[in-house]
Design a binder for this molecule. Sequence first.
Ligand SMILES: [Zn+2]
Length: 484
Amino acid sequence: MRVFIAGFGTETNAFVPFPTGRRAFAAYGVFRGDATRHPPAPFSGPLHVWRREAEARSWTVVEGLLTFAAPSGVTVRGVYEGFRDELLADIRQALPLDIVLLNLHGAMVADGYDDCEGDILARVRAIVGSATVVGAELDLHCHLSEAMIRNATAIVIYKEYPHIDPMERAAELFTICADAAEGRVRPVMARYDCRMMGSYRTPVEPMKSFVARMKALEGKDGILSVSLAHGFAFADVEDVGTRTLVVSDGDAGKAEALAARLGQELFAQRHSYVTQFLTPDEALDRAAAHSEGTVVLADRADNPGSGAPGDSTFLLRRILERGAGPTLFGVMWDPMAFQIAEEAGEGPTLDMRLGGKSGKVSGDPVDLRVTVRGIARNVQQPYGPVMSPLGDIAWLSSELVDIVVNTYRTQTFHPDAFRALGIDPARYRLIVVKSAQHFYNGFAPLAKETLYVTTPGAAEPAYARLPYTKRKTPFWPKVEDPFR
Ligand SMILES: [Zn+2]
């Protein structure tokens, strides 16, 4: 068997005021056939799994392009087309192929292309023909389109948020595709539009049990795989929203029925399944009710993992106005503030203008007198089983609020992001992270309570108000019953 492996992706936020271009992919790294010669990183992990599985069977592996861009605004057309065509050329050169395995986040929008992954899979299918097995792995924050389903043999989507399972899902996709190539199974896919938009947290109930149920349905009664595409709400595309996906062995009716049953179940329980968001004052009141311990606030709307800038000040300003704390706020993306702090060195107290530099979605900058307490360079933080870059970071301390600024736009995944500066996060009453959910597993052990806060911003979870123009069917919470 000849197996081709590659990956290309990003997650596009339509409300971010800057595009995703070549720099963003270069920052992650552009690997031309050699990603698996480097340690597994976020996004490259599945390729390691696929290579290992194929080589264990003594199959031939041809590795193509692997690149990824941190979530941000719409991808520049020429950059998308350039990498896409490079990937397609890799495939053409590798022919004949029995299996093509692609890691494709599933929420990339480029100028002129609302469904980049549907476009890629259609072109791949046209090149390899109908006999080759084409498998795709997607992030659960994807837009599961008809073109993806039509052109892939099988799609497997992450089940966990935080995403701790891309490698497990990669192994499952490999098994399905290998079995299909050897004629043991005939994957058939069906998706179901739940007609809802929401944020779902899988480490806690009731989502935890929903994930367990999806897993329990797999591998029996002709069901090969069950996924839930949570969707990525901050995109104006036709397929935005939550969908179930079922891969059955040769039985389209069975796949359709199960996808519908699970989707309808999720919809019926929607009020308990989705995350409840608090206003800054509601969250700060609730945090103040704890007489001891640390409360973690997730600044959801400014999550760089959803493409937001990571320098919004709405929540910071409210914390300063209320004198809430002691508070640890960060990381906040502010390379200019870092540069000034670095120039001053550790020790001095100076007036600084912090955050609010990226546009309206970030609010106004905050002017604050701070002491530079620490500086660290090239810092990494744990992201599940791998390490992820934070860039250079500085600890800026004011009376009640300590702010950590950094140079690499990313969310805070883990308390070790702060420990690199000698900060003990547990000694603060409040910690604010710019993250929607990936912080959760790292911070849960030190959090008395975790609260999800909504502010204005590029990833504001105001699903009923988002200005969609392309979705054709109604959805909750914009309408109470979109099936009526
Ligand atoms: Zn995701």
